[in-house]
Design a binder for this molecule. Structure first.
Ligand SMILES: [Zn+2]
Length: 286
């Protein structure tokens, strides 16, 4: 939900999948395995180029699962990632660390809440081993998002979750919430994209929330946020009733939307402003 630029090197050139792959396999000691992996490099390069083309058009759902890359098995390709990129001493570790460092404040681009502490393979590495160390397929993520996503991949356009490097759906407001009139007040989150979006585009934001379990994550965070701001809202309510409460929420929302229109906080504040029940004191009960 937070767009990131594609991974680049220090001179702002895109990280090339073939070079990253070579860096990772350069320290393989077994000569036969090394030769087999190096023979896979042209395929890795060609597929990475096509990946970028398809991803730009939201068409990664068309990529086909495969169980080998030339003579290299899926397990051997996956181990280029697990043994040659992830370990602290691995030859590809610098690339891993660099991609992990891409999001501002270390914030997970999928949810906007968690702290990045892993790389997620957008197309799962076991099913798409040719992309096991391709930079465009490696997305920094938090434990929550990776745990929810697991090996998820969609073979339909509308089922695809958002890809932080290639999808930027933030031109329009699509994340919405409503106040649940309970004690304490709670928030329910859902996708409400604009009418002019295509059907698959509408389905994708809903899939993003569903497959990453973001309804639950956002609701839980909104509950905590309300606890934090309740005393402030109560003071405003005592001073000037619902009008004062709404004016304050509006002011906060302006700042939140200037940062990101589709953050859970912006959706929460929009919902609160839209609820007469909330602004007339529904928030009071803890
Ligand atoms: Zn996350």
């Amino acid at each position: 939900m937070k767009h990131l630029a594609r991974p680049t090197d220090k001179s702002a050139q895109l990280l090339l999948a073939g070079e990253v792959f070579e860096t990772c396999v350069s320290m393989v000691r077994n000569p036969a395995l090394k030769a087999k992996l190096r023979a896979a490099r042209p395929k890795v390069e060609a597929e990475a180029a096509d990946y970028a083309d398809q991803a730009e058009q939201g068409r990664l759902y068309t990529k086909l699962k495969h169980s080998a890359v030339g003579a290299a098995s899926a397990d051997e390709m996956v181990s280029v990632y697990t043994s040659r990129m992830v370990p602290k001493s691995a030859s590809g570790r610098a690339v891993y660390d660099h991609i992990m460092s891409l999001p501002a404040h270390g914030r997970c681009p999928f949810c906007g809440i968690g702290t990045v502490n892993t790389l997620d393979h957008y197309l799962p590495k076991q099913d798409f081993p040719v992309f096991s160390v391709s930079p465009d397929n490696l997305v920094p993520a938090c434990t929550w998002c990776q745990g929810e996503k697991m090996e998820y991949h969609s073979s339909t356009e509308g089922g695809q979750i958002l890809h932080p490097y290639f999808d930027d759906f933030d031109d329009d407001i699509w994340l919405s919430a409503e106040v649940i009139e309970s004690a304490p007040a709670a928030f329910r989150f859902f996708a409400m994209p604009p009418d002019h979006w295509t059907q698959p585009r509408k389905e994708r934001v809903a899939a993003h929330l569903r497959e990453l379990g973001l309804h639950r994550l956002f609701s839980s965070n909104a509950g905590s946020r309300l606890s934090e701001i309740r005393a402030r809202l109560t003071g405003l309510f005592q001073k000037g009733g619902a009008t004062e409460v709404r004016a304050h929420l509006h002011e906060e929302l302006t700042s939140l939307e200037a940062d990101q229109k589709n953050s859970w906080t912006a959706a929460m504040y929009r919902a609160a402003i839209g609820s007469d029940w909330f602004c007339q004191g529904g928030f009071l009960q803890s």
